[in-house]
Each structure stands twice: as C-alpha cells, then as structure tokens.
Ligand binder design. Sequence first.
Ligand SMILES: NC(=O)c1ccc[n+]([C@@H]2O[C@H](COP(=O)([O-])OP(=O)(O)OC[C@H]3O[C@@H](n4cnc5c(N)ncnc54)[C@H](O)[C@@H]3O)[C@@H](O)[C@H]2O)c1
Length: 267
Amino acid sequence: MRRLEDKVAIITGGAGGIGAATARRLVAEGAKVVIADINEDRAREVASEFGDRAIAIACQAEDTDSIKAMIDGAAEHFGRIDILHNNAALTSELQHQDTTATDIPFEIWDLTLDINLRSYLAGCKYAIPHMIKNGGGAIVNTASGSGMAGDLSRIAYGTSKGGIIAMTKYVATQHGRDGIRCNAISPGLIVTPAAEKIVPELINIISHHVLTKRLGRPEDIAALVAFLASEEAGYITGQNFCCDGGGLAHQPHTYDLFNFMQQALNK
Ligand SMILES: NC(=O)c1ccc[n+]([C@@H]2O[C@H](COP(=O)([O-])OP(=O)(O)OC[C@H]3O[C@@H](n4cnc5c(N)ncnc54)[C@H](O)[C@@H]3O)[C@@H](O)[C@H]2O)c1
C-alpha cells in the first residue's frame, strides 16, 4: 500500500526500535522521513537506508529550541511537513531513578516530563503552522499503557504518558478545523532490542498477561502509525489506541481465576 505518497514525516526518537520501524513503514508507503534523535550516529545510519528519501537531524527533546530548529530544518529541506510522529522518551540510565512518589528526585521528574511530554507539545507547537500552510496534517503521539494504569515504579514516566493522552485530545480539539488530526498510540510491551536488554525476564512475565499468542513488535506500532497518518483515518482524531495484545482489555485477575478453576475441576 502506498497511502503516503510524497508526504513528509518527522519521527522523533526515530533512531530507536519503534521509530526506525516506523520510518521503514512510512517510506514503504511513499513518504519522505526525517529521523530526529539525540543519537546522531544511529539516526544517520537509519536515514541512510532510504537514500534521498530521508535525512537525519540531531535533536535534544528536552531543549525546545532544538526541536524548533529540527522542525524548521525539516521543512526547509523537504519543502513541507505533513506528518509528525512524536515518539522520543527518556531512555538513558537516569530512568532508573524514576521510582515512587516518596523517592523520586525532582530533577528526574522534571527531566522525564520535559523529554516525554513537553517535547511533544513543542513538536505540535512548531510543526502545526507548517502543516496548516498545506491544508493540514496528522500527528501521532506515542503514549503507553503506563499512562492508563499504575505501576510500582516509574511515576514520572506514567504521568508523562497520561499527559500525552490528554494533550492529544486538546490538540485534536483546538486544531481540528485547521485540518490537523491528532491521535495517540499506547503500546504494551514491544520487543525492541532496548526492551530486551532492560529486563529479559520482563518478556516472560508480560507474555502471561496478554491475550494474544505473541508479544508486540515494532512493526505493529509502525503499521498503526501509517494508518493513522493516512487519509484512511481521515475521520479519526483525538483518540488513544492501545496496541498491547489486550493487556489492559481484561480484568487483572483473569488468568489467576482461570488457573484456580482448572485446578478445582481437576480435583
Ligand atoms: N518498547 C516498549 O515496550 C514501549 C512500550 C510503551 C511505550 N513505548 C514508547 O515508545 C516510544 C519509543 O520507544 P522504543 O521502545 O522505540 O525505545 P528506544 O529506546 O528503542 O528508542 C527511543 C529513542 O529515543 C531517543 N531519545 C532518548 N532521549 C532523547 C532525547 N532527549 N532527545 C531526542 N531523542 C531521544 C533515543 O536515542 C532512542 O533512539 C517511547 O515513547 C516509549 O516510551 C515503548
């Protein structure tokens, strides 16, 4: 399918697992892409897969000037902006200090919200005027299931992701009549190289709590981004789509209850 012929898309965190898979999918659908990431070397490597259909631009999500420069640079290079995939998140070692309400240092709270949430606002703030010049555009924000349900750690991460879901609805509402659609995707565990490294055991644990027979792949998110960015989703805006194997679609006790009933029947 080539639903994005000659559309220009910016992908923040474009050098990472989900971002690179999304770049591949958008290019396969006809788009030109900007790989925006703090990891400049990896961003260049990803962009080099697509020849003149892609460029890499270094950008630090916590620095709003850097986001503005990246977006203006993208518009100057390709002449327009049609799609923004806000997708970067704090992934350095510092994320391990994102713990609980009583323990988290305020600097970690601020940094997490600056990178994960304020940068998405900055992306919208600076990309929307470029999109309006061409009649509109589509924004797809990567949120997370962590923004919809609590966890024992990562309070700042979860709060930033909940904020993204709310911000998505505000941007959709405030700029709908400008031709801007804005949607969010909330992935469950997506098995990227980075996710595999963090806690290998996590993969085993999560697989007991999804309804599907397999865990998520970066390509699952990429396919949803491509759809939401395309005119096929022209009547969809302000929504948050879970792509999580049904992880949040069932009662948390479902499998414990199932096992209990199996044991009772076997007695
Ligand atoms: N993989 C999962 O299981 C999962 C689940 C839910 C949500 N998500 C979300 O998906 C998005 C992509 O995550 P991923 O799994 O591909 O992770 P990843 O670590 O593979 O990619 C993240 C990218 O963001 C970049 N980045 C980090 N800090 C940055 C900064 N300050 N400025 C600019 N770029 C920066 C990194 O260099 C990296 O390329 C994130 O928003 C993440 O929260 C991922």
